[in-house]
Design a protein around this ligand. Structure first.
Ligand code: PLP
Length: 404
């Protein structure tokens, strides 16, 4: 008789955004006349930039002719895209990444979940608390996190690194030694970042204890301050201890289009085993490539016009972030984030729990946000708003929140 992977049964509740979706659908069904504005899930509002659409149209035409038709993509992704990434995301920042250290994928969510395939189940992970839920849940699915303890809302075999006001929303080196360290900067959900010197400390620590860092840089395009690293490989020695995840979702609006990549430098080794080879094997076996049309669309954002158009989109969202930050501050909320990230992290008023504030906001202001506690126990008492809405909706939502 077959057996299921019963690690799935240990997962608490449903995925955060499904719970939010259910609550919002129920509210809308009961109040069909209300216009509910979502500043909840990190999905973008702007359409794809014209250069991206043109590239897609061109690629669709190529697919229609025998001479230019493309079937399966190369395992690691098309060279034209990997070269554009190596030149623009790395070389332009003084970092040398070879094109066979770049693996094109359908996005950072899949990569952050799948990367665990190449690591033993015996590894102990360390995560920020609060954290993007995918890191913990996917490790739980593969049996790496122990048991979920309802009272503490923590897994028994995970090292949590609280990121609170006291730590300036950044993690501190944990007392217990992890094997795999997940870091995400600019951060979802807190919108915080760390300086290059601070990130260097993590790289030095990982090298010292023989840990690997999985560095999620999905929000890199939102960095506005000078001393914030755009890639972990700006740090000395990072190539021997870090994997970097990137996404086209937030810098170019590919949330529905799907494109991302993972960088695994060849220097990254466990004994004599190269993690790059393991991932190449995994990628080639379990993934059949992002579509040619989408890879062409992705390459278009690295052209001069593409850089200009996507920078305008990022600026549009960061203007929303400014509006949210300033309006909330004016209304007396304690707010962080929103400077190098499209997320604003606020303290709930009057010691409300995150879900109490969620309900209040939905019912009284008809605005949807994300309860901080959904990202981990240290997120309790906090709330996340995203800058990814339209400007008009952002203004309307903030007027309503201010009037509460
Ligand atoms: C930290 C982080 N990583 C990855 C992702 C997912 O990116 P993608 O759309 O490329 O799968 C998100 C999406 O919200 C995210 O917040």
């Amino acid at each position: 008789m077959y057996k299921i992977n019963d690690n799935y049964l240990k997962l608490p509740g449903s995925y955060l955004f499904s719970t939010i979706g259910k609550k919002v659908r129920a509210y809308k069904a009961a109040n069909p006349d209300r216009n509910v504005i979502s500043l909840g899930i990190g999905d973008v509002a702007l359409p794809l930039a014209p250069v991206v659409i043109d590239a897609m149209h061109g690629a669709v035409d190529e697919m229609s002719k025998a001479e230019t038709f493309k079937g399966y993509a190369p395992d690691l992704g098309y060279e034209f895209l990997r070269q554009a990434i190596a030149d623009n995301d790395y070389k332009a920042r003084g970092v040398d990444i070879a094109i066979d250290e770049i693996f094109i994928s359908d996005g950072a969510k899949s990569d952050s979940g799948n990367i665990g395939d190449i690591f033993s189940v015996d590894n102990k992970i360390a995560v920020c608390d609060p954290v993007y839920p995918v890191y913990v849940d996917t490790n739980a699915m593969s049996g790496r996190t122990g048991d979920y303890i309802e009272e503490t809302q923590r897994w028994s075999n995970v090292i949590y690194m609280p990121c609170t006001k006291d730590t300036n929303f950044a993690p501190e080196i944990p007392n217990e030694e992890p094997d795999i360290i997940y870091l995400c900067f600019p951060n979802n959900p807190t919108g915080s970042t760390i300086t290059k010197d601070e990130l260097q400390k993590w790289v030095d620590y990982a090298i010292k204890i023989g840990a690997v860092i999985i560095y999620d840089a999905a929000y890199e395009a939102y960095i506005s301050e000078e001393n914030v690293p755009h890639t972990i490989y700006e740090c000395e020695g990072a190539k021997s201890c870090a994997i970097e995840l990137r996404s086209f979702s937030k810098n170019a609006g590919f949330t529905g289009t799907r494109l991302g990549f993972t960088v695994i430098p060849k220097e990254l080794k466990s004994g004599d085993v190269s993690l790059n080879s393991l991932w190449a094997r995994r990628h080639g076996t379990k993934f059949n490539g992002a579509p040619y049309i989408i890879q062409k669309a992705g390459a278009a954002i690295y052209t001069e016009e593409g850089k200009k158009q996507t920078a305008e989109q990022v600026a549009y969202y960061m203007n929303n972030a400014r509006v949210i930050r300033e309006s909330l501050t004016e209304a007396g909320y304690s707010v962080s984030g929103g400077v190098n990230a499209p997320y604003i992290w606020l303290k709930t008023p009057d010691n409300m729990t995150s879900w109490e504030f969620f309900d209040l906001l939905l019912e009284k202001a008809n605005v949807v946000g994300t309860p901080g506690s959904g990202f981990g126990p240290s997120g309790e008492g906090y709330f996340r708003l995203t800058a990814f809405g339209s400007y008009e909706n952002t203004l309307k939502a903030l007027e309503k929140i201010k009037a509460l």
